[in-house]
Design a protein. Structure first.
Length: 253
């Protein structure tokens, strides 16, 4: 097989959470371009159909499912709907996430728990439900953050802690499911990419971020999505339990 063919996702089915905006849209487009049919999940339905149209414009099938990943029953419904529609599930992208920017001295238990409910527990529940029906040799990609490995200019204890915990979860699931079922589990640790979070950043935030990026710019979502396609495809078939940092050099600045 030619090297470039290894990066194809022809006729595979990819489930993407947090697919109504931002990086989730870029992931959906990239997977569709690589040949996959895509199941799009998010709490907010307003953007899901727009993402689905982008997938369909690329000649692939798309299914939209309103899903709050913090609810185990809704995660089960997502997995079951995927099987009902496509009769297979090959790749899960745990992209759903929320963030707070509250000083630790003022963050409430409810705020802290809500971030973990989505970023960590939601990824776990979705992985549980999807792995149970995933095709052998499948791939799970957990979208963490560079803030799991370093600090940022905002007070984000809940977000950073939840994303760091996701890396530990990634390693453990890779060990459990790799040996028994051949399912690879990896994490992406993106740096600073244009998203809803950066769009709502306070004045001066992006300037502080720019000073830490060795490459001197924010990332293009396509650059992260291409790394995701590699992890999802046969090209990444010998990679599991890893955290792939895509940050323009922030971690070494």
């Amino acid at each position: 097989m030619a090297i470039l063919d290894l990066f194809r996702l022809d006729d595979r089915v990819v489930v993407i959470t947090g697919a109504s905006s931002g990086l989730g849209v870029a992931f959906a487009q990239a997977c569709a371009e690589a040949g996959a049919d895509v199941v799009l999940a998010a709490r907010r339905v307003d953007g899901l159909e727009q993402t689905a149209e982008l997938v369909r414009d690329l000649g692939r099938r798309a299914l939209t499912i309103q899903t709050d990943v913090s609810d185990v029953a809704q995660c089960a419904r997502l997995a079951n709907a995927t099987m009902n529609e496509f009769s297979r599930l090959d790749v899960l992208v745990n992209n759903a996430g929320i963030a707070t920017a509250v000083p630790a001295s003022r963050e409430t238990p409810e705020q802290f728990r809500r971030v973990f409910d989505v970023n960590l527990f939601g990824a776990y529940w979705t992985a549980q439900q999807c792995a149970a029906i995933m095709s052998p040799g499948g791939s799970i990609i957990n979208v963490s953050s560079i803030l799991a490995l370093t600090t940022g200019p905002l007070p984000q204890a809940a977000y950073s802690a939840s994303k760091a915990a996701l890396l530990g979860l990634t390693r453990d699931l890779a060990r459990q499911w790799g040996s028994r079922r051949g399912i690879r589990v990896n994490a992406l640790a993106p740096g600073f990419f244009k998203s809803e979070i950066t769009d709502s950043a306070p004045p001066g935030y992006l300037d502080q971020v720019a000073n830490r990026q060795i490459l001197g710019r924010m990332g293009d979502p396509v650059e992260l999505a291409s790394t995701l396609v590699w992890l999802a495809s046969a090209a990444g078939g010998y990679v599991t339990g890893e955290t792939i940092v895509v940050d323009g050099g922030v971690i070494i600045s």
